[in-house]
Design a binder for this molecule. Structure first.
Ligand code: AMP
Length: 300
């Protein structure tokens, strides 16, 4: 496995593979790797001869007052995990390699057509975040030019935006979604879970349990007719979360791929039930998909 820090070295390596007609998959990460990241690597392996993992804590996607400085960094053990997973190349650039020495470049300069897709869910709570994500992912797509790229369902709004980016910027890359990997008690794995105190860690799985309860409620009636999204039930669930110390930012049902609030679940469409809440200083996000397929599974 190669550990490279320079874009040009990565380009050369990828070119070597391309000359042999080999396929390349990219898994972008910010490091502090866990089982969730590794599941994306394994999915990527099914679709390519070589998997490239990028490790870069991208400053442009952190807002003022967010956790850029504290974000966990563990390059040594990350690289070892990648080696064990038979990753071909880890790309770990530093800040100036990605953005040069011009301070201006710190700010997302490419004006991606950020559509209504950022009007809800995390968009309003993290102004500038998705611009930063799209800026760095666009660069990574240009550097690696992968055939496929795998992103997690855990960050589902990001996933839909990146798929849109690939279309709009004509990146010939297939965007795959990896399912959310969870701790045994249901908490979505996240590099940020290390911030949780002992007590917070104990209550944290409530977020997933609440999403599950709301999904079951919507599915129960989901036969052939549209089911209204009952805001009263959602408010009751949010109240319970607040009583248990969660500072809930949003708890929403949205349609796909436009990510607009849904007031009814129509048979045959895919929806997302998504939530974000702060527990102490840790921001947790999670979501569940609600789709035609789920209805069929439920009926089965
Ligand atoms: P991050 O390092 O947090 O930027 O995440 C890198 C990639 O891993 C993104 O595509 C995330 O959606 C994905 N990811 C993060 N947590 C999980 C998880 N628990 N299960 C699956 N994928 C995840």
């Amino acid at each position: 496995m190669k550990l490279l820090h320079k874009k040009n070295e990565v380009r050369q390596k990828v070119l070597e593979w391309r000359r042999k007609d080999q396929r390349v998959a990219l898994v972008p990460t910010m490091g502090a790797l866990h089982d969730g990241h590794l599941s994306l690597v394994n999915q990527a392996k099914q679709h390519a001869d070589h998997v490239v993992v990028s490790i870069f804590v991208n400053p442009t996607q952190f807002g003022p007052g967010e956790d850029f400085e504290q974000y966990p960094r563990s390059l040594g053990s990350d690289v070892e995990m990648c080696r064990q997973e038979m990753v071909s190349l880890v790309f770990a650039p530093d800040y100036s390699e990605m953005y040069g020495t011009d301070e201006q470049a710190r700010h997302p300069y490419l004006s991606f057509r950020i559509t209504k897709m950022t009007d809800h869910l995390c968009g309003p709570f993290r102004p500038g975040h998705f611009e930063g994500v799209l800026q760095v992912v666009n660069k990574l797509f240009n550097i690696v030019q992968p055939d496929v790229a795998v992103f997690g369902q855990k960050d589902i709004q990001q996933w839909y935006l990146i798929r849109q980016l690939a279309v709009e910027q004509d990146h010939p890359v297939e965007i795959l979604m990896g399912p959310t990997r969870r701790e045994p008690d249901g908490l979505a794995r996240s590099s940020r879970n290390v911030y949780l105190s002992g007590h917070e860690r104990k209550v944290a799985p409530m977020l997933f349990q609440t999403l599950q309860r709301v999904r079951t409620g919507l599915e129960k009636n989901g036969k052939l007719e549209a089911v209204p999204v009952d805001e009263t039930i959602i408010s009751q669930e949010v109240k319970r979360l607040r009583e248990n110390g969660f500072n809930v930012e949003y708890f929403s049902v949205v349609s796909t791929p436009d990510l607009q609030p849904a007031d009814a679940i129509e048979h045959g469409q895919t929806y997302i039930i998504a939530a974000a809440a702060r527990l102490g200083k840790t921001r947790l996000i999670d979501n569940l998909l609600l789709s035609h397929k789920d209805f069929l599974n439920h009926d089965a």
